[in-house]
Every structure is written in C-alpha cells, then in structure tokens.
Design a protein around this ligand. Structure first.
Ligand SMILES: *[C@@H]1O[C@H](CO)[C@@H](O)[C@H](O)[C@H]1NC(C)=O
Ligand SMILES: *[C@@H]1O[C@H](CO)[C@@H](O)[C@H](O)[C@H]1NC(C)=O
Ligand SMILES: *[C@@H]1O[C@H](CO)[C@@H](O)[C@H](O)[C@H]1NC(C)=O
Ligand SMILES: *[C@@H]1O[C@H](CO)[C@@H](O)[C@H](O)[C@H]1NC(C)=O
Ligand SMILES: *[C@@H]1O[C@H](CO)[C@@H](O)[C@H](O)[C@H]1NC(C)=O
Ligand SMILES: *[C@@H]1O[C@H](CO)[C@@H](O)[C@H](O)[C@H]1NC(C)=O
Ligand SMILES: *[C@@H]1O[C@H](CO)[C@@H](O)[C@H](O)[C@H]1NC(C)=O
Length: 397
C-alpha cells in the first residue's frame, strides 16, 4: 500500500507539473510550424530535413494528448473495475493483490454494493439463456465471473452477460484441492472490483428460483453469510478428520458443508488470504476426504462463526439417496415441481423464521432449458409469483 500511495502522489505532482507547462506548448508548436513554412521556401533538401523534425514534434504532441485520458490521477483508478478480466498475474500474485483492504470504514464515493455471481464450470453454460433473462436490466448491481477448463474457448457474443467474463483458469478436479484453488481464484478476481460486496458460487447446473431484485435484496440485506456448516459425527464427517491437522484444526472444530457458498467481502478476503489452514487441508484431507466439503466450512467456523447463517442458499435434492444429488431432466420441471421446492422450506433469515430459504437450485440438465424458459413466461409465472410474493415480502421488505 505504502508504495502505491507514494507513487500516486508522484503521478499527481507530475500531472501538476505537466498541466502548468501545457500553455507554453502552443507558442512552441506555432514557432516550429512557422520555421517549417520558411524552410519550404528555401529548398527541397532543407525541407526534407525540417520535415523529419516536424514529424517528431507532431508525435510528441500526439503522445502528450493521448496519454492524458489514460492516466487518471483521481480516485477513479482505485475504484474502477478492471476492464479486462484476463491478466498475467500468477495465483500467488493475484491472491496478494486481491487481499488489499481499505481500513477506512466509509467509502468516499457512491458505492452500489454488487453481488458477484461466480460460475464454476467445465466450460459451457447450457442454461445461459435463463441467466441472461435473470440479469437483464439489472446492470450495475451484479458482476459475473466464470472459471472453466483452460482449454475451453467461450464463444458468447458481445450482447451476452457472459461475454468476456471468463477468468484465467487452471485444471480442476472434483474433491481435490485444485477445486478450492479455483474457488479462491474466482473470489480473488471478483475482489479486484471494489464494488463487489457479496460473492455467490454457482455451477453450470444451477438455476435462480427468484427474480433478480428479490435475490439481490435477500443477499445484500442479510447480516450473515450463507455457508453450510454441519458437525457430522459419522464416517463421512468426523470420519474424514486426520489428527495431523492439529493443533490448527481439532476434531471438535472439524466441519462439513456444501461447496456452494455465499460470502461477504470480509469473509472472501479471509478465505483468499489464508495460509494457516491451507497446508493442513492440502496435506491431510486426502484421499476420500473431499476437501472442498471441509476446508472453507471448517476454516470459517473457526475464524468467523458469528458471521455465518450455517445454511446454503442453493437447494439440492438428496432424497433419492446415493453419493450424488438428483439431477432433474426435461420432464421434472413444471409448475408443481417449483411449488414443492418453494413451499417446502423453513429457516431463519436475520433471526426471523421464513419459508424463503434457497434462492438457487441444482442440478438441472441442459434439457431443462426449454421448459424453464417457458416457466418464466408471464402466464405460468402467476401461480409461482403468489407463492413467492407472500413469503418474500414478509421476509425482506
Ligand atoms: C458456440 O459454440 C457452440 C458449440 O461449441 C455452438 O453450439 C453455439 O452455437 C456457438 N454459439 C455462437 C454464438 O457462436
Ligand atoms: C428492481 O430494482 C431496481 C432498483 O432498485 C428498480 O429500478 C426496478 O424497477 C426493480 N425492478 C422490478 C421488476 O421490480
Ligand atoms: C486443540 O486442542 C488442543 C488440546 O486440547 C488445544 O491445546 C489447542 O489449543 C486446540 N486448538 C485450537 C485451535 O483450538
Ligand atoms: C451459526 O453457528 C455459529 C457457530 O455455532 C454460531 O455462532 C452462529 O450464531 C450461527 N448462526 C446463526 C445465524 O444462528
Ligand atoms: C444487522 O446488523 C446490524 C449491525 O450489526 C444491526 O444494527 C441490525 O439490527 C442487524 N439486523 C438484523 C435484521 O439482525
Ligand atoms: C420458528 O421456527 C421454530 C422451528 O423451526 C419454532 O420452534 C419457533 O417457535 C418459530 N418461531 C416463531 C416466532 O414462529
Ligand atoms: C407480486 O408482487 C408484485 C409487487 O409487489 C405485484 O406487482 C404483483 O401483482 C404480485 N403478484 C401476485 C401474483 O400477487
């Protein structure tokens, strides 16, 4: 920070100096143009000599005027999000840069807190048209980040909300530390935009259950971050604990939770800056440990227990049993299905009981796109809206 601050002071001084010397530029230019005019009368060889000079002067002037808009000396350069998500930082450099945190509590500019929607995918987003509809008209209240396999080339057109929202990525394996690394990478890239205040992790099979405004209000007005934290005494919970993780992590602190989290800026920074728990999980949460189900829940449970809602925002159906939750296909999604999902919930929101608990649901196969888009049409929407309206208004308004 120190270095950056002093460099900005230097640039400020430099700019002052430049702007005070600027009026003197014009007589200089006129004089040189006049000299050139004289020279033209003298002869071809002399002219060509002066031509070279003039070209040099012109490019100096051009350079001077072009460099002005690029170099912002105001606050802008600190608060404008990167215009291009592609950068050449290594993970180590990125995490370091993203961990910068202002220590003054109030922002000296009008800051609309944005929700960062972070998609962790293999590549394609088959339900993208659904999300396009969800985000349409809400520019300025959200940002999107996608982590795909490095080999994947996205071909979204410039009118898509996903256009140029893919971040530099690495190969990622489910249940391995590389999965947590990818999540950190998403968080860190999103943290580079100072307006991002809440960070939601989603997959390509996730869908939104509510409209954007409801989703936005629910998330930004929550005093808690939505991280699922379970103390499971069974073989798939405490059974995965390795005593080598002590003393940083004791068995009594070992937690499990869904990978699909929502965290605020403070917790996002706590996650990306962690170097205390990382080696313990990286070395001792394997094999068959599924580190992405334990690392963040355990770490946050130890470090920030009071900030957690202890539940996930993403609904998933485990009722069919087995190692994986149910994947829904074309014939599963209809109005009745959504009534069942929306009505069957009970939880706490900022200390009050509510039936609005999950804002997202998974897992939906690509074949559900068409019926899902139809469900968003106004006529079918009415019944669902009534279900949503009643519970939503008493929860967040
Ligand atoms: C992008 O590529 C996919 C196949 O990889 C293709 O189905 C789709 O039509 C392409 N979209 C655009 C906008 O070119
Ligand atoms: C959503 O919220 C924005 C900003 O608060 C508002 O301008 C817009 O009218 C709202 N949209 C709907 C559909 O309620
Ligand atoms: C873990 O337990 C040991 C022994 O009970 C204790 O000394 C240590 O402080 C505990 N570690 C943490 C992080 O609470
Ligand atoms: C979540 O659990 C932690 C630790 O048990 C607790 O401190 C916190 O109050 C809980 N959060 C809510 C919203 O109840
Ligand atoms: C949220 O937290 C703020 C600050 O700690 C507090 O003033 C407010 O009452 C809390 N709101 C709810 C709904 O718990
Ligand atoms: C909230 O729900 C719990 C059960 O989940 C219930 O015990 C409690 O009485 C409810 N509180 C209110 C105010 O309805
Ligand atoms: C739901 O609420 C919105 C805004 O409060 C209202 O415009 C709409 O008519 C309501 N829909 C239903 C079906 O009650």
């Amino acid at each position: 920070m120190q270095i950056k601050v002093s460099s900005s002071t230097e640039e400020f001084r430099e700019a002052l100096h430049r702007s005070s010397s600027q009026p003197r530029m014009y007589p200089m230019v006129l004089l040189k143009a006049f000299l050139l005019f004289l020279a033209m009368g003298i002869g071809f060889s002399v002219l060509s000599f002066f031509m070279t000079r003039q070209t040099g002067v012109q490019s100096a002037i051009l350079h001077h005027f072009q460099s002005c808009p690029e170099e912002s000396t105001g606050l802008d350069r600190w608060i404008k999000p990167p215009s291009n998500l592609i950068h050449s930082m290594t993970d180590e450099q990125l995490l370091w840069r993203a961990s910068f945190m202002p220590m003054v509590k109030n922002y000296p500019f009008k800051r609309i807190p944005k929700v960062a929607f972070m998609f962790l995918t293999r590549g394609p987003l088959p339900l993208a048209p659904l999300w396009e509809k969800f985000f349409k008209g809400h520019e300025g209240f959200y940002s999107i980040y996608v982590h795909a396999l490095p080999s994947y080339l996205a071909n979204f057109t410039s009118d898509s909300v996903f256009y140029r929202r893919y971040i530099p990525s690495k190969v990622t394996e489910w249940g391995k530390m590389s999965m947590c690394d990818a999540e950190k990478r998403l968080l860190a890239n999103a943290l580079l935009d100072i307006s991002n205040e809440r960070f939601v992790l989603l997959s390509e099979s996730c869908i939104p259950l509510y409209d954007f405004n409801t989703t936005y209000k629910y998330i930004t007005r929550s005093n808690y971050s939505f991280v699922n934290i379970i103390d499971d005494p069974g073989p798939y919970g405490q059974g995965r604990y390795n005593p080598n993780m002590a003393p940083e992590v004791n068995l009594t602190q070992w937690r499990k939770g869904s990978q699909w989290f929502e965290v605020n800026r403070e917790l996002a920074i706590a996650i990306i800056k962690d170097t205390l728990y990382y080696p313990k999980f990286s070395n001792f949460c394997q094999p068959h440990c599924y580190v992405d189900e334990h690392y963040f829940p355990t770490m946050l449970y130890i470090e920030k227990p009071g900030s957690l809602a202890n539940r996930s925002l993403t609904w998933v159906d485990w009722s069919r049993g087995g190692a994986h939750p149910a994947t829904f296909g074309r014939n599963d999604v209809h109005e009745g299905f959504f009534k069942r999902v929306l009505e069957g919930q009970n939880c706490k929101y900022n200390g009050h009981n509510t039936t609005v608990c999950a804002l997202f649901a998974r897992k939906f196969a690509p074949s559900t796109l068409e019926p899902l888009l139809e469900l968003l049409s106004p006529s079918i929407q009415f019944g669902l809206e009534m279900v949503r309206n009643g519970s939503v208004s008493s929860t967040i308004n």
